[in-house]
Design a protein around this ligand. Structure first.
Ligand code: TAP
Length: 483
């Protein structure tokens, strides 16, 4: 294969077209139903080739204040007074509009973030629409959701989201907030602002009242100004544990409600009695989905010693067949790393893995020269103390260890500051129960991995955060409930 080209694994190239929609040269802030200019702008680029896609407004303190004011006005004058059925109508409308423009959203998500089009088309966009549909259904049934409780909205919600699932995270945050009668100021991540801004276009098309959702783009300081704003009643944050801790400190003593969805270092545990071929697919999905930029990625693999050689050989064979390259090509399995700084972080931890004595293996194929790329990678001979086992890499890098007994697997799996997710592969139901109840993780998959549904609460323990998103647990985080 020619490493200079975008590779397509021997398949004829099947690129998704980009001529059916417009990415504007510049985007302003969406505040109070209007597009508002800011004094500064920043560029958003395509990580697969470094091309500038657009220049986006950078919200400073003044604009953050303006957005919070707009959200407060919309809350006081309109949204908190609407019936649940009326709020639900808007959410249904947004969900349908998103479905209608699904292809456009998928392509923009892939161009701005680097993820394979197959994933943005089949996972991110349909799931985002599903979140709007699901919460639309609850909007007029909140008293049934929480029987015996008086349900009221919280007020103005400040929401800050990361770059790995930009549209999906926006939907996770905005849909339940609106369903419960709150108004929103959302800050997308600096490297992936475009689908959130496109979502604002949908809000306009849906006739959503001005100020109910405000989208302010910017960097970390914009997020900080938003979460520290005194007129924000609740902070909902998804991102790194370090920033989550800073936010928790900043909301302490303010009376603000908060939910924090933070990092992870999931254990994916394969027993000797598992269906090995299926488990290998699950390992691949667990760590290489979205280039491993997944908080719940199965980044630590534990394989029972008796089948370790077999599993690793099959995994290597499967990894040889992964297509790494043009994210817009429908053949692509692994896309571009989201940013140069994230690529540096991955390289630093991989270097540490080698230096600490783990054995690296990568498939033989090349990666494109332009853009941010990292080959799917696995490490064997890992020790519990290695940085690649303890720290979140947030890239396509798997650390493999072996175990002999379920107890050993559990002890090793739980030896982490994180507690977001996990996976168990076995033929035995009893083992599934033992392992899933023994793992200190908010979400545990059995004989599958990385499956998401709006009805199912998602969130972590320990340094993976506080609170849940999705399902009734997620909904309750956007209401005041008094019994
Ligand atoms: P962060 O650096 O924490 O950034 C997340 C968001 O917070 C971005 O919008 C960021 O803005 C903003 N931000 C940065 N500093 C801030 C501050 N001091 N105050 C308020 N906001 C601030 O994380 P990331 O690197 O984008 O995302 C990766 C992390 O998110 C991983 O650790 C991953 O595990 C976690 N994650 C968790 C989940 C769940 S559900 N648990 C889901 C997805 C991702 P800029 O981007 O503009 O700097």
């Amino acid at each position: 294969m020619n490493a200079n080209d975008f590779l397509s694994g021997g398949f004829a190239p099947a690129p998704e077209s980009t001529d059916h929609f417009e990415i504007k040269k510049t985007y302003d802030l969406y505040i109070g139903g209007k597009w508002v200019k800011a004094a500064k702008r920043f560029q958003t680029t395509n990580p697969a080739n470094g091309e500038v896609l657009s220049e986006v407004a950078l919200a400073g303190k003044k604009e953050v204040n303006q957005a919070v004011k707009a959200a407060r006005k919309a809350y006081d004058e309109i949204w908190s007074k609407l019936s649940g059925a009326e709020r639900g109508k808007y959410l249904f409308r947004i969900a349908r509009l998103l479905q209608e423009r699904a292809r456009e959203f998928a392509v923009v998500e892939t161009m701005d973030g680097g993820k394979p089009i197959r994933e943005s088309r089949d996972v991110d966009v349909p799931l985002a629409a599903a979140h709007f549909f699901y919460h639309a259904g609850w909007a007029d049934k909140l008293t049934y959701a929480f029987p015996g409780a008086e349900v009221s909205p919280i007020g103005v919600v400040g929401q800050v989201i990361p770059w790995n699932f930009p549209l999906l995270m926006a939907a996770w945050k905005i849909a339940p907030a609106l369903a419960c009668g709150n108004t929103v100021v959302l800050k997308p991540a600096e490297t992936t602002p475009l689908t959130a801004l496109k979502l604002a276009e949908l809000f306009e098309d849906a006739g959503l009242p001005a100020g109910v959702v405000n989208i302010i783009t910017g960097a970390g300081e914009t997020g900080q100004s938003l979460v520290e704003h005194p007129d924000v009643d609740k902070v909902a944050f998804t991102g790194s544990t370090a920033v989550g801790k800073a936010i928790r400190r900043s909301v302490a003593g303010t009376g603000k409600k908060f939910t924090l969805e933070l990092g992870g270092k999931a254990a994916n545990i394969v027993f000797e009695d598992a269906a090995i071929n299926e488990a290998v697919e699950g390992i691949v999905t667990g760590i290489f989905f979205n280039q491993g930029h997944v908080c719940c990625a199965g980044s630590r693999l534990f394989v029972q010693e008796s089948v370790a050689d077999k599993v690793i050989k099959k995994l290597q064979k499967r990894m040889e067949s992964l297509v790494v390259g043009n994210p817009l090509d429908k053949n692509t399995d692994v896309g571009a790393i989201n940013s140069a700084s994230q690529l540096e972080r991955i390289k630093e931890l991989v270097k540490a893995g080698k230096e600490e004595g783990a054995c690296i293996w990568q498939p033989s194929g090349g990666v494109p020269r332009k853009g941010n790329w990292f080959k799917p990678t696995l490490f064997t001979e890992c020790a519990q103390s290695h940085r690649i086992v303890q720290e979140e890499i947030f890239g396509p890098v798997l650390a493999i260890q072996t175990f002999r007994t379920p107890r050993e697997a559990l002890t090793k799996a739980n030896n982490t500051p994180y507690g977001l997710s996990g996976g168990v592969w076995t033929d035995k139901g009893s083992k599934i129960f033992k392992m899933t109840t023994g793992l200190n993780a908010g979400v545990v998959w059995a004989n599958t991995f990385n499956k998401f549904d709006p009805t199912s609460p998602f969130g972590g323990y320990k340094e993976s955060g506080i609170g849940r998103e999705g399902g009734l647990h997620g909904l309750s985080a956007y209401c005041n409930l008094s019994h």
